[in-house]
Design a protein around this ligand. Sequence first.
Ligand SMILES: *[C@@H]1O[C@H](CO)[C@@H](O)[C@H](O)[C@H]1NC(C)=O
Ligand SMILES: *[C@@H]1O[C@H](CO)[C@@H](O)[C@H](O)[C@H]1NC(C)=O
Ligand SMILES: *[C@@H]1O[C@H](CO)[C@@H](O)[C@H](O)[C@H]1NC(C)=O
Ligand SMILES: *[C@@H]1O[C@H](CO)[C@@H](O)[C@H](O)[C@H]1NC(C)=O
Ligand SMILES: *[C@@H]1O[C@H](CO)[C@@H](O)[C@H](O)[C@H]1NC(C)=O
Ligand SMILES: *[C@@H]1O[C@H](CO)[C@@H](O)[C@H](O)[C@H]1NC(C)=O
Ligand SMILES: *[C@@H]1O[C@H](CO)[C@@H](O)[C@H](O)[C@H]1NC(C)=O
Ligand SMILES: *[C@@H]1O[C@H](CO)[C@@H](O)[C@H](O)[C@H]1NC(C)=O
Ligand SMILES: *[C@@H]1O[C@H](CO)[C@@H](O)[C@H](O)[C@H]1NC(C)=O
Length: 490
Amino acid sequence: MFLRIITLIGFIAHGECASNYTFSPDFLFGTATSSYQVEGAWNESGKGENNWDYVAHRNPEFVYDASNGDVACDSYHKYEEDIALLKNLGANFYRFSISWSRIFPKGYPYSPNAEGIAYYNNLIDAILAQNITPMLTIYHWDLPQPIQEIGGWANSHIIKLFAEYARVLLENYSDRIKYWITFNEPAQVCNQGYGNILKVPALNMSGIADYICGHNLLKAHAAVYHLFNDTYRTRNNATMGITLSAEWYEPTTAEDEDAADRARQFKIGMYSNPIFSTNGDYPQVMKENIGSRSAAQGFSRSRLPQFTSDEIEYIRGTYDFFGLNHYTTKMINNVPVINNSVLFENDMQSELYRNSSWPMDASRREAIVPWGFRKLLAWIKDTYNNPVIHITENGCPDSGELEDNVRVSYIGSYLEALLEAINEDNVDVRSYAVWSLMDNFEWRFGYIYRYGLHSVNFTDPDLPRRPKSSATFFKNIIATRAVGDYPPLS
Ligand SMILES: *[C@@H]1O[C@H](CO)[C@@H](O)[C@H](O)[C@H]1NC(C)=O
Ligand SMILES: *[C@@H]1O[C@H](CO)[C@@H](O)[C@H](O)[C@H]1NC(C)=O
Ligand SMILES: *[C@@H]1O[C@H](CO)[C@@H](O)[C@H](O)[C@H]1NC(C)=O
Ligand SMILES: *[C@@H]1O[C@H](CO)[C@@H](O)[C@H](O)[C@H]1NC(C)=O
Ligand SMILES: *[C@@H]1O[C@H](CO)[C@@H](O)[C@H](O)[C@H]1NC(C)=O
Ligand SMILES: *[C@@H]1O[C@H](CO)[C@@H](O)[C@H](O)[C@H]1NC(C)=O
Ligand SMILES: *[C@@H]1O[C@H](CO)[C@@H](O)[C@H](O)[C@H]1NC(C)=O
Ligand SMILES: *[C@@H]1O[C@H](CO)[C@@H](O)[C@H](O)[C@H]1NC(C)=O
Ligand SMILES: *[C@@H]1O[C@H](CO)[C@@H](O)[C@H](O)[C@H]1NC(C)=O
């Protein structure tokens, strides 16, 4: 009884504060997906094999529920149904990605696949026909397997291969696309895929392959940005950016502030500093720490590759916006003992942990910390000279239930934090996308974690989509431009 009264008071008090700020009419709301996670049709219409197809087929236990993206949500065939869901939400934009292996089945730039090019033409036209703006991600982790086999992002030849692939997309789609994103989450590609075992190709060469991967990826990003900026931008008065995933890092005590800043520089700045900072290049603390540790370890040069001054200039400023994927916040402790073994975490010398007093999502995967979102946005603004920001992903997982009240509270509280960032901290945020439009293939977690505003019944061969409570809640926000009441977080 006592608890219920407290909850009720909290709810009412909250309702009063909640509605003061609203989103402007030109603020864009949308949802995000990616090709491998929703499309299915893995071997149809001329598509080649990508690195996730390869691993999920040959090594099914790599995915914790032994599933794969062969069919996923079957959006390849059901895209019109998906666009109807967006239409019903009142979404202003839809962020999706292109499967490289549909465009060039072998990855290398020969024999473009006309059916693949046509599929995305149809998708883009169908989105536009509903008065929804398409936001196109060029690379969201599904690398053609033949390119993976020559080393993927650890082989510098990929820079030209990626630019050739991107050129075909720019040639074919730039008359209709307003928002281009070169990469989704480089840190997840490189640190998790090349430095760890959390993503394909799971090389687990931490402190070496992650840095090489990042180095090539940053150059590939810049190459495509210059191609866009020099030749294609004006076709549709478009903008291009890169999407970085970033958590907020909160120091445990004042003594941990340096460690928290190191964590921000290693985990975010490695990719943002070369592109968004005034001087470009990797963060100073990375160059210093990795350089001195490499020397002590007997390396003849730093494990962090060096950019030439021409390369620093070539990469610096290659953005029109900062694409931000944000999910959660972590606490940071300084790690006082210097550990000599070769590992990214040892270079960083900061320990990340979840504060057990924070509320969690329904899957208990991540903490729900809306104030961390606001602090992160202010940090990006202050560190990188107030860039235009698009929130290209935000959301939380559960088991796919229709009454997803925790997701409602998550979205409500994060959008309130966003309104404070916009109105009180003057952060220039132009759009917000929920990850995701619907439940889909969550990489190593298969179909265990569900992030959708719509559920998908994966055991029904028709893969029916149904709106969850969060879809209704989000639809109301889009229509009213105000965050409505939501259940308090516990
Ligand atoms: C919101 O508006 C109400 C009524 O106008 C006002 O009493 C309250 O102080 C405002 N809250 C905040 C957080 O500004
Ligand atoms: C495509 O893959 C499925 C298994 O996912 C298989 O049953 C089918 O025969 C394959 N089709 C072709 C054309 O290879
Ligand atoms: C689309 O790309 C293909 C492959 O590069 C090219 O042959 C074709 O001319 C392009 N179409 C348009 C409309 O630019
Ligand atoms: C990955 O590397 C770490 C650190 O070198 C090691 O402890 C771990 O066993 C490796 N994991 C796998 C699956 O190889
Ligand atoms: C191009 O888009 C920007 C907004 O991104 C707008 O301010 C500008 O007026 C547009 N220019 C043209 C020529 O449409
Ligand atoms: C983009 O093109 C404009 C106009 O040509 C140029 O002024 C600007 O420097 C270019 N941006 C970058 C990052 O090269
Ligand atoms: C150094 O790091 C390695 C790899 O994580 C770990 O196995 C080892 O226990 C660490 N040593 C110390 C003294 O912390
Ligand atoms: C957890 O967070 C609370 C405030 O949110 C703070 O007071 C506390 O010190 C934190 N605890 C740890 C162990 O980080
Ligand atoms: C999902 O589909 C299966 C097969 O049609 C059906 O048995 C099951 O009840 C459905 N689950 C839900 C939650 O609707």
